[in-house]
Design a protein around this ligand. Structure first.
Ligand SMILES: [Zn+2]
Length: 69
């Protein structure tokens, strides 16, 4: 049974973050993080573009990263 994660963005309170969003938080901020940013706020936090983040997600998926199953 797949666990349903109801996470919300730490910064803007956007609800129901996607698995991709949670996965990339863990990849970039550490697997132990308990609080997550949505893509927009993560990009702001890291001072990059949202496209940079989505590119990273695609890269990790292509590598077969388990966080994006
Ligand atoms: Zn946000």
């Amino acid at each position: 049974m797949r666990k349903i994660i109801k996470a919300k963005c730490l910064a803007c309170d956007k609800l129901n973050l996607s698995k991709d969003e949670i996965g990339i938080n863990k990849k970039l901020l550490g697997e132990e993080v308990k609080e997550f940013y949505c893509l927009e706020c993560l990009a702001t936090y890291l001072e990059v573009n949202v496209e940079d983040i989505t590119d990273k997600i695609e890269e990790f998926k292509a590598e077969g990263c388990k966080l994006f199953d």
